[in-house]
Design a protein around this ligand. Structure first.
Ligand SMILES: Nc1ncnc2c1ncn2[C@@H]1O[C@H](COP(=O)(O)OP(=O)(O)OP(=O)(O)O)[C@@H](O)[C@H]1O
Length: 270
């Protein structure tokens, strides 16, 4: 049994627009998965159903095999945390410490425990020196990390990140990769919506492709980014390293290390 599942899930918005159709997905603890697809494919709608922000029009969302239908969104979010695409929709306290500590205080944890957890989450997200700052004194890119710290501090088993690399520089994208690694090593599941194919190729074990409301394929980055028919149908771009490998006449390359290895092999064969 998977930790989190969508079973034959469909969703129509109140105006009647169907955004997700007959979606089946299973997630295990400790895995990282990227959800990709063109604008409007249904990615955000699908992940919002995973933590109860939206409720399926048809089908079931299961946590450890049990339907979440009778749970409140607040109850589901103890297990499935959601980091919004825009941090400003999530931040509402006047210091970073208070923002990260808010949920922990609601849980009525002891002050020492709250301090410890806030410090750990801040360290993970590179905010350890900013705890007394007003969130809006920090740039947008850092505000995203405040919301990641606030969600991870609550220790949910599943963390959903919506477009985490948008507006981030190279160093911050690297930090995001490290955060995802650390979380999965701690047996957390990280599900990330992203349009950043370089990030997908370098950080994720599994890629789920949505197109026109439905799942078109799931697989490893190699299985996804070398499926030309899928890329064209789903309007997805190959990561640059795949494009470069293709220009050099190689297929099934997904990392720079793999490309260097085949090139090295070729030169030593000459
Ligand atoms: N509140 C809403 N009411 C009606 N239709 C909506 C609403 N929110 C989203 N939609 C529509 O549902 C479809 C799926 O939207 P969704 O945001 O899930 O796609 P997405 O794959 O996350 O897109 P993007 O990459 O642009 O964020 C789109 O056609 C969108 O216009």
């Amino acid at each position: 049994m998977s930790y989190l599942s969508l079973k034959e899930v469909s969703y129509s918005y109140p105006n009647g627009h169907e955004a997700v159709k007959n979606l089946n997905l299973d997630f295990e603890l400790g895995e990282s998965a990227a959800v990709v697809g063109q604008n409007g494919a249904g990615k955000t709608t699908a992940v919002k159903m995973m933590n109860g922000l939206l409720r399926p029009s048809e089908g079931l969302v299961l946590l450890e095999g049990k339907s979440i239908a009778s749970m409140t969104t607040a109850e589901v979010s103890q297990y499935v945390g959601y980091v919004f695409q825009n941090p400003d929709e999530q931040i509402f306290q006047d210091t970073i410490y208070k923002e990260i500590a808010f949920g922990l205080k609601k849980k009525k944890l002891k002050k020492d425990d709250i301090n410890r957890i806030v410090k750990e989450a801040a360290l993970l997200c590179g905010l350890e020196n900013d705890l007394e700052e007003h969130p809006y004194n920090l740039p947008y890119s850092k505000r995203k990390f405040i919301t990641i710290a606030a969600v991870t501090a609550m220790n949910p088993n599943v963390i959903i990140l919506d477009e985490p690399t948008a507006g981030q520089d190279r160093g911050s994208i690297q930090r995001l990769g490290e955060i995802i690694k650390e979380l999965t090593q701690n047996n957390k599941t990280v599900i990330t919506i992203t349009h950043d194919m370089e990030f997908v190729a370098s950080e994720f074990e599994r890629v789920i492709v949505l197109a026109d409301k439905q799942k078109r394929k799931e697989g490893t980055p190699k299985e996804i980014f070398w499926d030309e028919e899928l890329l064209s149908f789903s309007d997805l771009k190959q990561p640059y390293i795949c494009q470069l490998a293709g220009l050099l006449g190689h297929k099934d390359i997904i990392t720079i290390e793999e490309l260097l290895e085949v090139r090295h092999h070729e030169t030593t064969m000459d």
